[in-house]
Design a protein around this ligand. Structure first.
Ligand SMILES: Cc1ncc(C[n+]2csc(CCOP(=O)(O)OP(=O)(O)O)c2C)c(N)n1
Ligand SMILES: [Mg+2]
Length: 634
């Protein structure tokens, strides 16, 4: 057996450069590159290996330098989601804080079921010089390091204590990255000395390897069970989740909907799986959905969930589905999700599952009266959306007008990116998706800071698209530094900074829970009240973005905003548009609820009142425990 002598890091880089994914006969580089921030934990290991690969041409693994390790994981996630999980970046971080900075990104990736490969540097395996800089030094176990914190947030975790362990670790990592049911963050902890250690590797470790991403077909008996329930439905509703996108099943979804007449509601990750103007699209379902979808959900007798994890926002914290006889059919590649709400489990790829359902449901169609009902409701709802888009709110514009101006000018070949604050809710309710990949809101982990960093990865995955990062002042202040990365890589983003001096979202939530917006605005501390409700702070985020290398346009009105968008589109460089909005401007109601607890005992009258409202909603929560038997399937 011929061998090649390389360090662990050199072998790792060579291995990663030769991994491919394949689905539907098309191959992609599985690991298109490596993000990294170097410190003493990886500068002699992974960094040396990437340099050597670049210089000698021994492996093709482009390197990208981020400004914060959390940001680089967000960029990797944005990229992978945009590529429907067929590709995943590697991210190399130094030992200690460099690696733990990736923890939030790992949790985000795993929660969203998006593949990303994290190469977390670790303390010396040999321990001769322990404790090293940034070593946790746990008195109860010297083999524990901060990287063990990655275990619960990773779908696969391994630590390469010895070079001989690398092949198994990497094969395990690739298997999980490319398994649609298992995927998420994959973490390989690499002790700093082991990265630089040499070993004689079997040549075949570096052969081209193709990982076939499967499209599991539904089991015939499960399909029969699903079809029996669906055929019995008089008021069915489809809930389309992110899995529809990842499986590239939007066309199959449209065909099933048209063949059966079933209306389609979507989740945050599923938005765009039916375009907004399709006659069977009824908008988002749940806490921030459309009242049309929520009215249908309330009375639905069968819910067909496709590629959804049924988060609390989707189910209105389990108050959205009120029909006492409601049953669920769950088409999902992951058994965890297919089993939810005691549904019929149709464990399969969304596309193959939909195709099987189209065939098996032949002849089934909902009554015309059902269709008429939601069409007329949807028409009325559209007028509400139009009004929200054109409120002419004074003196400061409303956020809904910013969304409207953007939606009306963005074009199909664009992406709008968001993650946290009041925007995800407003967008889910009001955004009219004109292209399946136009809407990218990270709302499984809803992580402030994903907006700009994630957008960077999205633009790298789709350079021909205009990518708009919408970012609130709170999220901007958490993580704006990847502007510098985008500028240095020549990646053009359009960043819309929405300044409302604090947390519009949590402020409104706080008020609804009787907590009077406490601690949710960015203001001076007032010496009389002792609270943060003094004057406006002298903060200038436009200037801040400019200082990081962005071209900046400041606007005050929606008309100015529209022309700034034109200017930003015409620009070749990263451009930020700064607009101040009124955080108290009105937003239409979704006619749904979200479960956030209210104090059970309180002296404040506002809290006591909120608790009463809370208890009435709690009474509407459903457990969905009824098993589906042959009897209930009818
Ligand atoms: C990292 C992180 N920390 C805290 C939260 C909780 N949180 C959700 S929205 C929000 C405020 C967002 O403020 P901003 O970006 O200004 O948006 P706005 O609410 O004003 O629209 C906070 C603190 C979060 N989602 N993510
Ligand atoms: Mg804000």
């Amino acid at each position: 057996m011929s061998t090649v002598r390389l360090t662990v890091a050199q072998a790792l880089v060579r291995f990663l450069a030769n991994q491919y994914s394949e689905r539907d006969g098309v191959q992609h580089r599985l690991i298109p590159g490596c993000w990294g921030i170097f410190g003493h934990g990886n500068v002699a290991g992974v960094a040396q290996a990437l340099l050597e690969a670049h210089t000698t041409g021994s492996a093709d693994l482009p390197y990208y330098l981020a400004r914060n390790e959390q940001g680089m994981v967000h960029a990797a996630v944005g990229y992978s989601r945009m590529r429907n999980r067929l590709q995943a970046f590697a991210c190399s971080a130094s030992v200690g804080p460099g690696s733990t900075n990736m923890l939030t990104g790992a949790a985000l990736a795993t929660t969203n079921r998006i593949p990303v490969l994290l190469l977390a540097s670790d303390i010396f395996a040999t321990r001769v010089s322990s404790p090293v800089l940034q070593e946790l030094e746990l008195p109860s176990g010297y083999d524990v390091s901060v990287n063990d914190a990655f275990r619960p947030v990773s779908r696969f975790f391994d630590r390469v204590w010895r070079p001989e362990q690398l092949p198994a670790a990497m094969l395990g990592a690739m298997r999980v990255l490319t398994d649609p049911a298992e995927t998420g963050a994959v973490t390989i902890a690499l002790p700093q000395d082991v990265q630089a250690e040499a070993h004689d590797w079997p040549e075949e470790l570096f052969a081209k390897r193709v990982w076939h991403i499967p499209r599991p077909v539904p089991e015939p008996a499960a399909l029969d069970r699903a079809v029996a329930v669906l055929r019995s439905a008089r008021r069915p509703l489809i809930v389309a989740g992110g899995g529809v996108h990842y499986s590239e099943a939007t066309e199959a979804l449209r065909r099933l909907a048209e063949a059966t007449g079933i209306p389609v509601a979507d989740t945050q990750a599923g938005k765009g799986s039916m375009l907004w103007d399709h006659p069977q699209a009824v908008g988002g379902v749940g806490s921030t959905g459309s009242p049309v979808a929520n009215a249908l959900a309330r009375e639905a007798d069968v819910v067909l969930g496709i590629g959804t994890r049924y988060s609390d926002f989707t189910t209105g914290s389990r108050t959205a589905f009120q029909n006492p006889d409601v049953r669920f059919v769950n088409l999902n590649v992951t058994a965890l999700d297919a089993a939810k709400h005691s549904g019929v489990m149709l464990v399969a790829d969304a596309r193959t599952g939909l195709e099987a359902l189209i065939g098996a449901l032949e002849g089934y169609h909902v009554d015309d009266s059902y269709t008429q009902e939601h069409r007329s409701r949807f028409k009325d709802w559209n007028k509400v959306v139009d009004r929200a888009y054109h409120l002419d709110h004074q003196p400061l514009p409303a956020q809904t007008e910013v969304i409207g101006a953007l939606n009306e000018s963005i074009g199909t070949n664009a992406v709008v990116v968001q993650a946290a604050g009041s925007l995800p809710g407003d967008l889910q309710m009001l955004w009219r998706a004109q292209d399946p990949k136009q809407y990218h809101v990270e709302y499984a982990y809803s992580c402030m800071g994903y907006e700009i960093a994630g957008a960077l990865g999205i633009k790298m995955a789709a350079p021909d698209r205009e990518v708009y990062s919408l970012v609130g002042d709170g999220s901007y202040l958490m993580m704006a530094q990847e502007i510098v990365t985008a500028v240095s890589e020549g990646v053009k983003l359009i960043i819309v900074i929405i300044q409302n001096h604090g947390f519009s979202s949590i402020g409104a939530l706080s008020e609804s829970l009787g907590s009077q917006r406490f601690g949710t605005s960015y203001r001076y501390r007032d010496s009389d009240s002792g609270l943060l409700d003094g004057g406006t702070l002298p903060v200038d985020l436009a200037l801040n973005a400019e200082s990081l290398g962005a071209d900046v346009i400041r606007v005050k009105t929606i008309d100015e905003f529209r022309s700034a968008l034109d200017q930003a589109r015409a620009a070749t460089r990263l451009t930020a548009v700064h607009i101040e909005t009124d955080m108290l401007a009105p937003v239409p109601s979704s006619e749904s609820w979200w479960d956030v607890p209210v104090s059970e005992v309180a002296q404040l009258d506002s809290t006591q009142q909120a608790r009463k409202v809370y208890e009435s909603h709690k009474a509407e929560q459903r457990a969905f425990l009824t098993p589906i038997t042959e009897e209930t399937a009818k």
